[in-house]
Design a protein around this ligand. Structure first.
Ligand SMILES: [Zn+2]
Length: 281
């Protein structure tokens, strides 16, 4: 400690974060203490690359509860495509179900001790979902980048109160996690110069991507899609992802043709981003 009371301490971090702190203009920094560990959170200003033309079309991503994301390329996430111990979908699902039961038990109990355990649990669950969303969005954006495509997801904001009994309305348990996946995908796409679109979610799960036939009858069983007109059959989430990808292409075309008639199907991400924290990837 020098006479003014100032302390000089070494710090460490992931190589990519240290590099960012070295190379990029810095915003605010916060020193925080979490369970006795001091963390320095530094905001850096990331360069905003120009958005590449999605020459390969769009990668569509359908969000769900059982599978947090299914892409139009048939990647089921979390799944073997993701690295690490939480890559296996079965594990993540089992863990979520176990937590859910544990939470119900504790809520019934209602004691101060039970409330403490609940708070700790929700923190852990929050971190697990956040980690999964980071991995999923990273995978999706990398795939789009590798194949020269943009990324399209369903616009959650347009859903409430508009489409009756839309499947998202049954997904209240982890509603925030869907919004988070969108936010993560959006900023990772912006960072990579990848086109990002939110598309109209109406009937993405009932429309046939081959012939365009829309019907409730196209969904004969849970998780299954069979077109009543042309017979196209498949995994319902994958079919939805294909519809989302198609709407991404249509939305992009509408936005980029200034003289096109009609309303764009999708909202393009235009706003500039505030500095992103160096932590998290
Ligand atoms: Zn069809």
């Amino acid at each position: 400690m020098d006479p003014t009371g100032r302390v000089t301490v070494p710090y460490t971090g992931r190589p990519e974060d240290l590099k960012a702190v070295d190379a990029l203009p810095m915003g605010e920094a916060d020193l925080i203490c979490r369970r006795g560990v001091w963390l320095l959170q530094v905001a850096v200003i990331l360069p905003h690359p120009a958005v590449h033309e999605p020459i390969g079309g769009f990668l569509g991503v359908d969000q769900g509860v059982a599978n947090l994301a299914v892409t139009s390329d048939r990647a089921v996430l979390p799944g073997p495509a993701l690295p690490g111990p939480i890559g296996g979908n079965g594990h993540a699902r089992t863990l979520r179900e176990r937590r859910h039961r544990q939470r119900q038990r504790l809520q019934k109990k209602g004691t101060a001790a039970a409330r403490r355990v609940l708070r700790r649990l929700s923190g852990r669950e929050h971190r697990m979902m956040t980690d999964l969303n980071h991995q999923i969005s990273k995978f999706v954006v990398r795939e789009a980048e590798r194949t020269g495509r943009g990324v399209a997801l369903e616009d959650l904001q347009g859903i409430r109160g508009r489409v009756r009994a839309h499947r998202f309305q049954r997904r209240t348990l982890h509603g925030w996690a869907f919004a988070q996946q969108i936010a993560f995908t959006r900023y990772k796409a912006a960072r990579a110069g990848i086109a990002f679109l939110l598309v109209d979610p109406a009937y993405t799960s009932q429309a046939c991507p081959d012939c365009g036939h829309i019907s409730r009858a196209n969904r004969p069983a849970r998780g299954r899609f069979v077109c009543a007109r042309c017979g196209l059959a498949g995994h319902a989430d994958h079919i939805a992802a294909r519809n989302i990808a198609t709407r991404g292409i249509a939305g992009w075309a509408a936005i980029n043709q200034p003289h096109a008639t009609g309303l764009p199907l999708a909202r393009r991400d235009r706003e500039s981003k505030p500095p992103a924290p160096a932590s998290g990837s």
